[in-house]
Design a binder for this molecule. Structure first.
Ligand code: GEK
Length: 245
């Protein structure tokens, strides 16, 4: 029987004070369980990013996984890269995450080389990129820095390059916002998070995870230099966009 990943109970006990959420050692330990129980569509988006790698990874180019956490997206890409001399560069600024990411990657053999880099994704120069995945990470970057980050990605892309951008989103329409928020709450309850866990985590994330609307994302991607962008996946208030250079 495969080993069960440790269960997330970080916000299960009542706390006197809620501090801002950080990607520390305790989060790293329970991360696979936490993200699957909190992000509807996570497994599908990660697995399908592999399909983007199969279709868009170019020979003699780089594929980036920005905000790689434990390497789920990197692994999905690496398994499906079918061209020669293509290197994956996985970046995260949490040392706990990058250490575990390296372990996870070395547990599986592959001919595709991967560099795991512990750095802020705003400081990484994107070069010769055919595919860039930013799965559920731009939402943690200050709003006023998102455009310049995406400009850097667009500038470092080869012609024909693609960005997969997956995010939690908000909706300007009140009814839509309420519907998606309620369904997301139902998703977390169905995955056995208690109302206390949900509300304590929401408070911890409030100033850390700041969602934009789909229209804001699409407009920003165009300003950043992408020629077109499409919504290719949505599960309630979690979406993935593909932006083409
Ligand atoms: C997956 N993509 O499993 N620079 C580098 N990393 C950062 C930064 C930053 N400025 N800010 C946050 N992170 C992954 C899931 S998780 C999503 C991504 C979530 C990192 C942070 O350390 C964490 O590992 C990741 O972004 C976000 O496919 O937890 O909801």
């Amino acid at each position: 029987m495969p080993k069960q990943p440790p269960r997330d109970s970080i916000y299960a006990a009542p706390r006197d004070m809620i501090v801002d959420f950080v990607f520390d050692e305790s989060v790293t330990q329970v991360f696979p369980d936490m993200i699957r129980r909190s992000v509807p569509g996570y497994d599908a988006v990660v697995a399908l990013t592999g399909l983007f790698a199969e279709r868009y990874a170019q020979a003699h180019s780089h594929c980036y996984d920005l905000g790689c956490s434990l390497g789920a997206t990197t692994l999905a890409m690496r398994r499906r890269i079918a061209v020669e001399a293509c290197r994956v560069i996985a970046v995260d600024n949490s040392t706990f995450m990058t250490e575990r990411c390296r372990e996870n990657l070395s547990a599986e053999s592959s001919d595709v080389p991967v560099d795991v880099v512990c750095a802020d994704i705003r400081d990484v120069e994107i070069q010769r990129a055919s595919l860039v995945a930013i799965n559920f990470t731009l939402q943690f970057i200050e709003r006023d820095q998102r455009l310049s980050l995406l400009q850097g990605v667009a500038n470092g892309m080869l012609p024909g390059g693609v960005l997969v951008l997956s995010e939690k989103v908000k909706f300007d329409d009140r009814d839509a916002q309420q519907f998606h928020q309620e369904m997301h709450l139902g998703f977390k309850r169905a995955n056995d998070y208690s109302d206390m866990e949900i509300s304590q985590k929401r408070a911890a994330l409030e100033r850390v995870l700041v969602p934009d609307s789909i229209d804001t994302h699409l407009a920003r991607l165009r300003s950043a230099g992408f020629r077109q962008a499409h919504l290719w996946y949505q599960c309630f208030n979690f979406v993935s966009l593909a932006a083409f250079r």
